[in-house]
Design a protein. Structure first.
Lengths: 348, 348
DNA sequence: AAAATCTATGCAATCGATTGCATTACTTTC
DNA sequence: GAAAGTAATGCAATCGATTGCATAGATTTT
């Protein structure tokens, strides 16, 4: 287990010997340079240069009880939505000198594993990008005696007292519905996200609120059970094709479902937007390059990641004590492209 | 800096006191259960349960000089190709009890930062998914006195003595060219990857080798300067449209460029595959759902990630000493979909 | 010039887990 | 039953950085 290196890495003692000061002074020279004289600081810098010293994080972590790392738990790194958010998190964390540990596809019932990263001093806090966890258990982690610094981002956990960074999914979905209504559509369907997912239900509710506000028709067989994957979208397409009365527009719970949907209806002979307008949600990079380019609600993914990382590190470094949970709610933006058009009835 | 927790986390000493044994015995009971009596083992287990003890990784790392974590350095997590590989890496690492630290978009000239993760005892080894680094400097890291365990995956660094896990890009690209030739195309273009990238040049060379083996025509103005992004593909599309004599098929260096290309030629009035067949490389998830579904070379991304993680951890845990660099070369697979067809001249 | 104040630095304990060596208790062998 | 061997456990040093407290020296105040 113990690694054998020909030459051991230089330690603070080595630097101290060469600079002819004590290890304590080296430590101070490096972390609070104003506390030592110029002469000492220079001697230490020189000794660091000579030895090629790098601080041993394990020793530092042990002493300070701080790992200078955060754990990011996500449901699926492979998903471009999450990987972009992760990108922003990583950037912000690096800026503030923190490492980023990733835990992918951790099971719902595996919150203990996340807690243990904290308890075992590998991470100083948790950034959770998944709302499908036991809120009660999670809340217990944030209280004494554990006091896990926690930020929930992307997906909220309703009614739970966590710091969160989310986007306003309800309002954005309502905007989407309103946009389709304003384009002249009266028969509008929705490809729902996965069951039990908070984002799904908020987007569905927002969509229905949009319909309701215009007193538009709402039919159960236009509410397609779906999911967030392309295959889910394709399944919804098959369901739509089978209908006698079809909606002229469909709002999908995310871009991937929208793409899978369009892909499948094209295969089956319908055209988008000629026969059916389709909207997505997220504005993934592919949305602009898909055929047809996808009308969608753009979520500020980078901002979500950056703010979440920022908030978590503030929490970690902040004074302990009672902190009122902060909620950041960012807005999404309507991006109109070619996958939506007025319904056939309104076209010349 | 020092975190103040109401109650400190239980330590091995606490467990020892409750189990009425020494800390040394607790340590042994946990790491090598066969070395203690059943009675002791049970008492320790019970004490662990009572206290809720979790091992402090910092202390362990300090003592053992091992972090039980690997650092994955990649050029762009946001890219679905890399994020899938990362997914596989994470899974394998977790299986073997290793944490995964990510370093994204690290600059070419910033290899020191990667080395410092190792020197500072935050990571036990480096998994590099980017070939665009200074090979000489990197090689120095793997030698004494640093002895950084290193695996280069996805992109090889030619002529450098590293363990690598790659796919056979040259052969796969040649296969792609041969497939297009066999479909009857005689005028075939190529959207090149980014300049200076190893993958780009191997795919380009393989493509040209394919053409050469069939003595097919090769024209400089059919070799589009490109890149790996959708925008790069779109630019190539504009260049193609401007040509007097156009190729009837195009092989793009990756799926994203292929998608950007198809998207742009559609916008400009050409149809795929009717006017031009297009092939990609990678088989991203979107490839199957794009319109038209994309013919492509599927890279075994999961296998690459898994093998790379496996090899790195073997290297970390293996006996130190001279190790001959191992090269894993995996094969890609032709996936035929609808974006390719025989050229117009051969169709009825 | 003595007293008080301040500054720079060193000493030594500390963080928590691991392990070589020493010790004790128990078993086997002749 | 004494000697030798073995198994289980404890003692104490160790990994490397940080920091409260002590001290020596410099500076200011009276």
């Amino acid at each position: 287990m113990e690694r054998e290196t020909a030459e051991k890495a230089p330690t603070i003692q080595d630097v101290a010997r060469i600079a002819q000061v004590s290890a304590a002074t080296v430590s101070r020279a490096l972390s609070r340079p104003e506390r030592v004289t110029d002469a000492t600081r220079n001697r230490v810098s020189e000794a660091v240069r000579i030895t090629g010293y790098t601080l041993n994080q394990s020793a530092r972590s042990l002493r300070l009880r701080a790992a200078r790392a955060i754990l990011v738990a996500l449901p699926d790194i492979g998903n471009p939505f999450f990987s972009t958010v992760l990108d922003a998190i990583e950037r912000e964390a690096a800026r503030r000198g923190y490492g980023v540990l990733v835990a992918n596809r951790f099971a719902r019932d595996n919150t203990d594993a996340l807690r243990d990263y904290f308890l075992s001093n590998r991470a100083d806090g948790l950034l959770l990008l998944d709302g499908s966890v036991d809120a009660e258990q999670l809340a217990a982690f944030t209280r004494a005696p554990i006091n896990l610094p926690l930020i929930v981002a992307c997906e909220s956990i309703p009614g739970a007292p966590f710091h969160t960074v989310i986007t306003d999914n309800f309002y954005a979905a309502k905007q989407a519905a309103l946009y389709l209504l304003q384009s002249g559509h009266t028969r509008i369907g929705h490809i729902k996200g996965p069951k039990g997912n908070v984002l799904s239900s908020e987007r569905e509710a927002g969509f229905l609120a949009g319909l309701a506000s215009a007193s538009a028709e709402r039919r159960e067989d236009w509410m397609f059970t779906g999911g967030f994957s392309m295959d889910d979208g394709a399944r919804a397409a098959k369901a739509l094709i089978a209908l006698k009365i079809r909606p002229t527009a469909v709002f999908a719970a995310n871009d991937e479902a929208a793409i899978g949907f369009i892909s499948e209806i094209s295969r089956l002979g319908l055209k988008c937007p000629d026969d059916v307008s389709v909207m997505g949600f997220d504005d993934l990079e592919i949305a602009a390059h898909f055929q047809p380019p996808l009308t969608t609600m753009r979520q500020p993914r980078e901002a979500v990641g950056r703010l979440a990382a920022e908030a978590l590190i503030d929490l970690i470094e902040g004074a302990p004590g009672k902190i009122v949970p902060k909620q950041f709610v960012l807005s999404s933006e309507l991006i109109v492209r070619k996958s939506t058009a007025p319904p056939p009835s309104l076209r010349s």
